[in-house]
Design a protein around this ligand. Structure first.
Ligand code: NAP
Length: 242
């Protein structure tokens, strides 16, 4: 069985990805603050597959990223598939943003992707196989008002995905990103009040937000052998929003 490492799998999209993949892969579920949720997910998924571990790490920190990989390698030998999902949002006018806000969101959303990719690459290269999927956002392509720093990190992920896909393709490694529109998770519930959410939902062509499981279904296809000729792609899943 191939081994998949998912960052930020305690809640939301990462949790849905873990549920979707649990029957078919060894899994490393990374979490940071939500220990109870991660352990409860671990208990649930181990009923399906005993080859699942949960590892705490702040993926913006190099030493902690190294430790997640060490745990993965100790348990399963090697990480075949890396899912960079961990992320935070930040809603603010540019004049109210601080340099600390910039550093925090860039470290969590972008530095983490660099750190995990750098750590995963040597082993994938030596196996001549690997798949990396980065969870980006519609705002990395379109840019969102009052989410300039978030948009910046997701645009950075898109460019990094394309660049690294070219660099690693000769080693049999595929690198793609998924750019969701609005997905029904804590992240978007935290950013908007109920009225705003209803208004947003009404204006979407499909008339509703994405379910986390729908993002997980697209990801499952991208990492499978059915997606074997797809690399360097930023895959839209936004209900027709753009
Ligand atoms: P969420 O419900 O807020 O969950 C975020 C996850 O990221 C949690 O599991 C959290 O873990 C983890 N995380 C945050 N900082 C971390 C860190 N430093 N180290 C390790 N884990 C960390 O968010 P979501 O909506 O599922 O978002 C998942 C990804 O999809 C993000 O990259 C987000 O930008 C992207 N996305 C979301 C939407 C949307 O509408 N929801 C749309 C487009 C893209 P802990 O709780 O354990 O700390």
């Amino acid at each position: 069985m191939k081994t998949v490492l998912i960052t930020g799998a305690s809640r939301g999209i990462g949790q849905a990805i873990a549920r979707r993949l649990a029957g078919s892969y060894n899994l490393v579920i990374n979490y940071n603050h939500s220990k109870d949720k991660a352990l409860s997910l671990l208990g649930e998924l181990r009923e399906i597959n005993p080859n699942i571990i949960a590892v705490k790490a702040d993926v913006s920190k190099e030493r902690e990223v190294d430790e997640v990989f060490n745990q993965a390698e100790k348990n399963f030998g090697h990480v075949d598939i890396l899912i960079n999902n961990a992320g935070i949002s930040h809603f603010s006018l540019i004049q109210d943003e601080t340099a600390d806000d910039f550093d925090k969101i860039v470290a969590t959303n972008l530095r983490s992707v660099f750190l995990t990719t750098k750590r995963a690459a040597p082993s994938m290269i030596s196996h001549k196989y690997g798949v990396i999927v980065n969870i980006s956002s519609i705002w990395g392509k379109e840019g969102a008002s009052m989410e300039s720093l978030y948009s910046l990190t997701k645009g950075g992920i898109n460019a990094f995905t394309k660049a690294i896909s070219k660099e690693l393709a000769p080693s049999g490694i595929r690198v793609n990103a998924i750019a969701p529109g609005i997905v029904d998770t804590d992240m978007m519930r935290g950013d908007f009040n109920r009225e705003e959410l209803e208004e947003l939902e009404k204006n979407l062509p499909l008339g509703r937000f994405a379910r986390p499981s729908e993002v997980a279904d697209l990801l499952a296809f991208l990492i499978s052998d059915e997606g074997s000729y797809i690399t360097g792609n930023i895959a839209d899943i936004n209900g027709g929003f753009y």
